[in-house]
Ligand binder design. Sequence first.
Ligand code: ATP
Ligand code: MG
Ligand code: MG
Length: 564
Amino acid sequence: ARHVSPNFITEIIDSDLSAGRYKKVVTRFPPEPNGYLHIGHAKAICLNFGIALDYEGQCNLRFDDTNPEKENYEFVNSIRQDVEWLGFKPAQVLFASDYFEKYYECAIQLIKDGNAYVDSVSDEEMRQLRGNLETPGTPSPYRDRSVEENLDLLARMRAGEFPEGAHVLRGKIDLGSPNMKLRDPVLYRILHSAHYHVGEGWHIYPLYDFAHPLEDFIEGISHSICTLEFENNRAIYDWLLDSLKGKCGFPENPRPHQYENARLVLDNTVLSKRKLIIMAERRYLDGWNKPFEAPVISGWSDPRMPTISGIRRRGVRPEAIREFIRRVGVSKTNSRVDLSTLDAAIRDDLNFISPRVMAVLKPLKVVIDNLPENHLEELDAPYWPHDVPNEGSRKLPFTREIYIDQDDFMEEAAPGFQRLTLGGKARLRYAYNITCEAIVKDDDGNIIELLCSYDPESKDGPRGVKGVIHWVSAEKAVPAEFRAYDRLFTVANPDAEEGDFTDYLNPDSLKVFKGFVEPSVLQDSKDTRYQFERVGYYWQDPEDSTAEGLVFNRIVTLKDSFAE
Ligand code: ATP
Ligand code: MG
Ligand code: MG
């Protein structure tokens, strides 16, 4: 089966291959290591690596690290881990910063060809001279510097002779273009910063529109896939590569081409590293600095975060993410995706691999009066429902004292309530029918215990009892903490609301319960995903759960709870 369903990009690739324009399909995934990857990146990863697999080509993991102020190895390492976890193996792992010398060589070539110049106007002046959609741009007084002067200035910029902002290198393209990006874009700026990967030594750093096309050309990329916001940048991409093909060691033919597709935008969360870093590190990348009160996010890998590492820690499998991305598809128009689409893909994956066991999150003690003190019966309980074609069962200890969930008992039945009531009957899953004979309350009137009787003849069937409830043995169950995660934001699109996006963080995005799980889980490997019957899909938190203190994360609810 193909990794990527046919779409407008694969059609282009098919026609490129049949026309012989490329011998091999080469793609890349080019993250900037300035944060952890999020589920939007998963779309780009599945697309680029998936295409390489489908066409027996190759896909590089390239760190687009041309911005020394925001990047580091923590981010590099997390990105490598996330790509691998998603199930893809890069043909090569590359750093754009390793091409700095090559960019410089290209800049010299552009100057020599009259395609670039050093400009020395202020930022403000440059903005004004650039004009707008109604007015064409006006040439800077420095636009016609000689090749010699431009080469001299660029060399001295590189050597660190000038303060930041004194000069920039600009492409000499078209000041009258209706595409504002083509009005002499800045290619290089002065920056006196060390770089996490290449260290000291550079005082000029390339901008995206200069660096990115060259990265693709250097690596022999055939199809360079990006998101729709870069549509207007494509003209610079083409201009630059057409200016340099056959020069600086580049082939005349073929050269890479850029194709844009929709960004993944997911409801009830934010997918922007600039915003995620604020929640993960309380760090502000853009100087924006508004303190906020918020439920504490523990970091990049908090299970509520839309990061790959957060989703992984929550318990989602890579199979589910890949299936979700497949369902979203590849398109030329932006749209928002509902969280229920993601949750459905997660459930569809977990359904077939998650044994059904029982856990009680809000325990209410039940004493079964007609059982002796030390009664211990081992009941046989299947792990799987009839519609899942897996085999296997475990033993469930049935004892005089058990726990049921507080929500499964009402002193007096409300309309439609079919579970246990005072004087009423309910069935214990895989066990017997019980009848509630009496209630024990504390001094404040809270129900703390139920006194019940069981029907020893009811083991083989419900016999007229409608409500089936889950339970665990009070003596044999294992205490555990349960963390139920909910959507991170209370509104679908926090960016579209008034005020700051952090104002819309969901204060109930984490609920913690102290309850009990049946003892069979102690025999399983730690990474087992379970369906706790009637409760949700859970697994042990990989960081906080220990043999002495089990901690379970809710991966996803059993049903779509977003329908409200
Ligand atoms: P962010 O806004 O989160 O910083 P970015 O695009 O600046 O995103 P990069 O590290 O440059 O982050 O992204 C690497 C690749 O992932 C790019 O090719 C980019 O197009 C793609 N990508 C990033 N976010 C999304 C998204 N939400 N949907 C699809 N592709 C995405
Ligand atoms: Mg980017
Ligand atoms: Mg960004």
